[in-house]
Ligand binder design. Structure first.
Ligand code: SF4
Length: 121
């Protein structure tokens, strides 16, 4: 990599970091100039599937992909491509995250007794 190119890349990364730390990650999103419809395919098949593939290709080049995915998971975005993931992929991420969390007191409640009848004392 040439010195000038390397310097431009460093400046770009520093600028991205500065914006991200101020919660302005969207201003450097790779999808800013893309067709928004690409990121909201109406189904998982046919032309909509091609849309999703095209949107994910844009996400693959995005410098704020991690922030975008974190936002989508935190705000429970149901529809669309966020951080290079479809809604089904985000659901899988949420399930995996929940199953990997350590059991805490609130999650360690005893299972309700089903089908057990107690006789009066
Ligand atoms: S990861 Fe994809 S959807 Fe998110 S900001 Fe970047 S290009 Fe847009």
């Amino acid at each position: 990599m040439s010195g000038a190119r390397e310097r431009r890349q460093q400046v770009g990364e520093a600028w991205t970091t500065w914006l991200v730390t101020r919660g302005q990650w969207r201003s450097v999103a790779a999808c800013r100039s893309a067709d928004p419809d690409l990121f909201f395919p109406i189904s998982d098949s046919g032309p909509a599937l091609e849309q999703a593939v095209e949107a994910k290709a844009i996400c693959a080049t995005c410098r704020v992909r991690r922030e975008c995915l974190a936002f989508a998971l935190r705000t429970e975005q149901v529809h669309g491509i966020w951080g290079g993931t479809t809604e089904h992929e985000r659901t899988a991420v949420r399930r995996r995250t929940v199953s990997e969390q350590p059991v805490t007191e609130s999650r360690a409640q005893p299972a309700p007794e089903v089908g057990v009848r107690r006789l009066p004392a």
